[in-house]
Design a protein around this ligand. Structure first.
Ligand SMILES: [Zn+2]
Length: 233
């Protein structure tokens, strides 16, 4: 026969299974209860943080033990960043943000697959973020590998070929242009695919609830250029 405490433990385990990540029975706060940051305000915050980074005047905001405690049972990031895994392009540093500010998804070439899209959907649907930034960068190794592999009509070793396949449309669209053009085309392609991603993101974009923007990071200056949609072809 089960004791009361073991029944309680089983009930808690069941609750933790059905609660979405980032919430708990102690703190039922969820996306609907949190103040949301509009896409325009979120973009302004990222631009302001990047200006600190470019000027060398980092503020390192919200990185205290107090902030850590505040976030221990819930999170409400104001933006999602899908960034390249490159060690020089950490979004929290480049945008001078703190703990709990930015939901970061990283993969070489900032490409989409079920896992990256699912992670982005989670941040939007469960955590309440309303801005998605696709952040590629200058001299990206994944972009260069895709260009070189396709130019040689070859195949990249191991699973790197999956990155080549994902970046291939941008390589083909920028034949004859330089690698920066390919990187920007890839950033715009990925942003467009996210806007058209069903069933969660497309509907929210159509309602004007969320925005998806493409961006390109300059390794030399530290500046993030937000790309104009008109350039998306
Ligand atoms: Zn890269």
């Amino acid at each position: 026969m089960k004791s009361n405490s073991s029944i309680l433990a089983a009930a808690c385990a069941a609750i933790s299974v059905i609660l979405p990540l980032g919430t708990s029975a102690k703190d039922p706060a969820h996306a609907d209860a949190a103040p949301k940051v509009s896409p325009a305000d979120a973009l302004a915050r990222l631009k302001s943080g990047n200006a600190h980074f470019v000027s060398g005047k980092l503020e390192h905001p919200r990185q205290t033990s107090g902030r850590r405690k505040e976030l221990a049972t819930s999170q409400h990031p104001f933006a999602v960043v899908l960034a390249c895994a490159d060690s020089r392009t950490s979004p929290e540093v480049v945008f001078d943000q703190g703990l709990g500010d930015v939901f970061v998804v990283r993969v070489a070439g900032n490409v989409l697959n079920d896992e990256t899209v699912g992670s982005i959907e989670y941040a939007i649907d469960h955590l309440g973020a309303q801005l998605i930034v696709v952040l590629g960068h200058e001299r990206c190794g994944a972009i260069q590998a895709a260009r070189d592999t396709i130019a040689a009509k070859g195949e990249a070793p191991g699973h790197i070929q999956s990155l080549v396949k994902a970046i291939a449309p941008a390589v083909e669209a920028t034949a004859g242009a330089d690698a920066e053009a390919t990187a920007k085309a890839n950033e715009l392609n990925v942003a467009k695919e996210l806007r058209e991603s069903e069933p969660i993101l497309k509907e929210l974009v159509a309602k004007g609830t969320i925005s998806v923007v493409a961006a390109h990071y300059d390794l030399d200056t530290g500046a993030v250029e937000f790309l104009k949609e008109a350039a998306a072809k």
